[in-house]
Ligand binder design. Structure first.
Ligand code: ASP
Length: 592
C-alpha cells in the first residue's frame, strides 16, 4: 500500500514517484491549492493538490477531513524557497499528488488530536484516538524500546524467560487478591497472581538457575497515579548468587533500559543507604535525594531542656527533629494550612507544626520565647538557619517523627518546585530493610517484603529470641528520584527456617500445610540458595517518558475507580445464566 513511510522522504528522493498512506493530520486551503499533512506512526509528509495540474484531484482533496485515511501517489518535489519546515524530517520536500484514494472516511472526532486535553474520561473513552497523538505514540514506543532492551540484556546474561500461571492461588504480597471462580471445581477459586514469587522460587528448585519474566501482576488496591490493578513487573530470580550479584545485575539492566529509552548514560554503581538512614535522614524508604532538606536530630540540643513537651518526649525515649526549608519563610497561610493537614494525616498529635522562621532579621516562632538562649543558638547552628529560612519541628517516637517530617519535606519540595527543571536521575539502593513490622491494628507481626525473605545471618539469633523488630532482612529496593523502581531479596531456601518464619507470622503448621505445602516440600529436595527482585516496568516507563502517571504509558489503563471507560469494564454479569453454566457443568460431571 505504500513505498515509503511518512517520515522517510528527503531532498535526495526528489523526482521519484512514491505512494504514501496514512491519516489526514491537517488540511489547508491556500487560494485553491490544498495542502495536506499526511501522518503515519513515523511522522508527517506534506502533500499538495494544485487545481492547475489536476482539477479533479484538487476538487476531491477539498473534501478531506482530519483523520480520513487516504493513499496519495505523487512525485517528490523540493518545496519552494522559504516554505521549508525545519522542524519536520521531511520538511524540505512535498508530494505533488497525481492520485488520491480515499480509503476510509472519518467522522468528526470527539476531540482534537493536536491539543492537550484535560478531560481524562474523554481521553479514556476514545483511548484508540488518544493513542494516535504523538506524545502517546512516543510513550508506547518508548515502553517497547525499554522492554526490548531489558529482554536483550537479560538474555545476554543467560536468563531464561518463563511464563508462570495467571490462574493460581493467593500470594502473600500484602495486597488483596482478584478471584476467579472455577467452573470445573465448584466452590473453589483461583486468585490472579500479585507476583510470580513462589513459582519463580520453584523454578530455582527446578534447576533453571536464571529466570526472568515480563510478568503481569494483579493487586486489588486503591488506585493512585502510580498504581493500577494490573501492572507489569520485570521479574527476576537467580540461584547461587548474593545481594551484590543482584545489585550489579540490576544496575546494568536499568542502565541498558535508560540508554535505550532516553539515551542516558547512567553511572554505576548506584549509591547505597540503609533503610534506617533513609528513614532518619529523609523520612522515607524511597528518598528523593535530588534536594537536601535533611532531617536533623536535635537530641543533644534538648537533652536537658525544661520545655515540658520536649522534656517528656526525650525522657520517654522519643526524639526531637527538624528540617530547614531554606528560603521558604515567605510560605503563605494556605500553604501552612496544607502542611499542617499533611502532618496531622502523617500522625502529628497536635493541630499545628511547630516552626521557626527568620524574616528581616527577626526570629518568628511560637517556640522562640520558650527556648533558652543556648537552645536557640544551638538550633540556629545545627540547622544552619539563615535569613529567609523556615524550620519545621516534630517530636515523638523515632518512626512517627520520620514519617511526619518525611511527608512535610516532600510537600515543601512540591510547593517550592525544587525539582521542576531538574534533569537529575538519582538512583539509589536502600538496603538492610527490617524483616518484620508490627501491624498495629492486629497486633501481629507481618513481613515487610514477603514471607520468603531471608533474615540477615547475623540477626537469626534475634529471631530466636523474639526480638523481631531488630531483625534485618537481606532485602533491597532500588529507588529513583523518590520512586521505588523495584525491590527484592535473598530468599529462605531451608525448610525449617521457612516454617519458622511462617510461625512468626502467625501461620501455624496446619495453615502452612494447606497453603504452602508445595514450597515447604520443595525445600526438602535440595533447594539451591537463591534470590531475586522485581522492577515495576510501568513506573520505569513513566519516568523515562517524563510523565507523572503510569496511565500515560499503559495502552489501556483503568481509571481511579478501576474502570476501563472504553470497554465499559468491569461489566454486569447475568448471574442467573452464570449459575446455570455452573450447575449444568456440575450436573454433567456427576452424570459422567
Ligand atoms: N515478589 C516481589 C514483589 O512483587 C519481588 C521479589 O521479591 O522478587 O515485590
Amino acid at each position: 500500500m505504500r513505498t515509503h513511510h511518512c517520515n522517510e522522504l528527503r531532498a535526495s528522493h526528489v523526482g521519484e514517484t512514491v505512494t504514501l498512506i496514512g491519516w489526514v493530520n491537517s488540511a489547508r486551503d491556500h487560494g485553491g491549492v490544498i495542502f495536506i499533512d499526511l501522518r503515519d506512526r513515523e511522522g508527517l509528509t506534506q502533500c499538495v493538490f494544485r487545481p492547475e495540474e489536476n482539477a479533479e484531484l484538487a476538487e476531491l482533496s477539498h473534501h478531506l477531513r482530519d483523520e480520513d485515511v487516504v493513499q496519495v501517489i505523487g512525485k517528490v518535489s523540493k518545496r519552494l524557497e522559504g516554505t521549508g519546515n525545519d522542524k519536520l524530517g521531511t520538511g524540505e520536500v512535498e508530494i505533488v499528488a497525481t492520485e488520491l484514494n480515499i480509503v476510509n472516511k472519518a467522522d468528526v472526532l470527539p476531540f482534537q488530536l493536536d491539543k492537550e486535553l484535560s478531560n481524562e474520561d474523554l481521553r479514556m473513552k476514545y483511548r484508540y484516538l488518544d493513542l494516535r497523538r504523538p506524545r502517546m505514540n512516543k510513550n508506547i514506543r518508548t515502553r517497547h524500546a525499554i522492554t526490548a532492551a531489558a529482554r536483550r540484556y537479560l538474555d545476554e546474561k543467560g536468563f531464561i524467560e518463563v511464563e508462570t500461571p495467571i490462574l493460581s492461588n493467593p500470594t502473600p504480597e500484602g495486597a488483596r487478591d482478584f478471584l476467579v471462580p472455577s467452573r470445573l471445581n465448584p466452590g473453589r477459586f483461583y486468585a490472579l497472581p500479585q507476583a510470580p514469587q513462589q513459582y519463580k522460587q520453584l523454578l530455582m528448585v527446578a534447576g533453571l538457575e536464571k529466570y526472568f519474566q515480563i510478568a503481569r501482576c494483579f493487586r486489588d488496591e486503591d488506585l493512585r497515579a502510580d498504581r493500577q490493578p494490573e501492572f507489569t513487573q520485570i521479574d527476576i530470580e537467580a540461584s547461587f548468587i548474593n545481594q551484590e550479584d543482584i545489585i550489579k545485575l540490576v544496575e546494568g539492566l536499568l542502565a541498558s533500559m535508560f540508554k535505550a529509552g532516553l539515551d542516558l548514560d547512567v553511572p554505576t554503581p548506584f549509591p547505597r543507604m540503609t533503610y534506617r538512614d533513609a528513614m532518619d535522614i529523609y523520612g522515607s524508604d524511597k528518598p528523593d535525594t535530588r534536594y537536601d532538606m535533611k532531617i536533623i536530630d536535635l537530641g543533644d540540643v534538648f537533652a536537658a531542656t525544661e520545655f515540658k513537651i520536649f522534656r517528656s518526649i526525650v525522657d520517654g525515649g522519643g526524639v526531637v527533629r527538624a528540617i530547614n526549608a531554606k528560603g521558604f519563610a515567605g510560605i503563605t497561610t494556605g500553604q501552612m494550612n496544607r502542611l499542617n493537614e499533611i502532618a496531622v494525616q502523617a500522625g502529628l498529635p497536635v493541630k499545628n507544626l511547630a516552626f521557626i522562621k527568620l524574616e528581616n532579621g527577626e526570629y518568628k516562632s511560637p517556640l522562640w520565647k520558650i527556648f533558652t538562649d543556648s537552645e536557640k543558638e544551638a538550633v540556629v547552628a545545627k540547622l544552619d538557619l539563615a535569613e529567609g529560612d523556615i524550620v519545621f519541628f516534630a517530636a515523638g517516637s523515632r518512626d512517627s517523627v520520620s514519617t511526619i517530617l518525611g511527608r512535610v519535606r516532600l510537600e515543601v519540595a512540591v510547593m517550592m518546585e525544587l525539582t521542576k527543571d531538574s534533569k537529575a536521575y538519582n538512583f539509589l539502593w536502600v538496603v538492610d530493610f527490617p524483616l518484620l513490622a508490627l501491624d498495629t491494628e492486629t497486633g501481629s507481626w507481618a513481613a515487610v517484603h514477603h514471607p520468603f525473605t531471608r533474615p540477615n545471618k547475623d540477626d537469626v539469633a534475634l529471631l530466636d529470641d523474639g526480638k523481631y523488630e531488630e531483625v534485618r532482612a537481606v532485602a533491597y529496593d532500588v529507588v529513583l528520584n523518590g520512586y521505588e523502581l523495584g525491590g527484592g531479596s535473598i530468599r529462605i531456601h531451608e525448610k525449617d527456617l521457612q516454617a519458622k518464619m511462617f510461625e512468626v507470622l502467625g501461620v501455624g503448621p496446619e495453615e502452612q500445610q494447606e497453603k504452602f505445602a508445595h514450597i515447604l516440600d520443595a525445600f526438602r529436595f535440595g533447594a539451591p540458595p537463591h534470590g531475586g527482585l522485581a522492577l515495576g516496568l510501568d513506573r520505569i516507563a513513566m519516568l523515562v517518558s517524563g510523565e507523572d502517571s503510569i496511565r500515560e504509558v499503559i495502552a489501556f489503563p483503568k481509571n481511579n475507580k478501576g474502570a476501563d471507560l472504553m470497554a465499559q469494564s468491569p461489566c454486569v454479569i447475568d448471574f442467573k445464566s452464570l449459575r446455570e453454566v455452573y450447575i449444568q457443568s456440575t450436573y454433567k460431571e456427576k452424570k459422567d
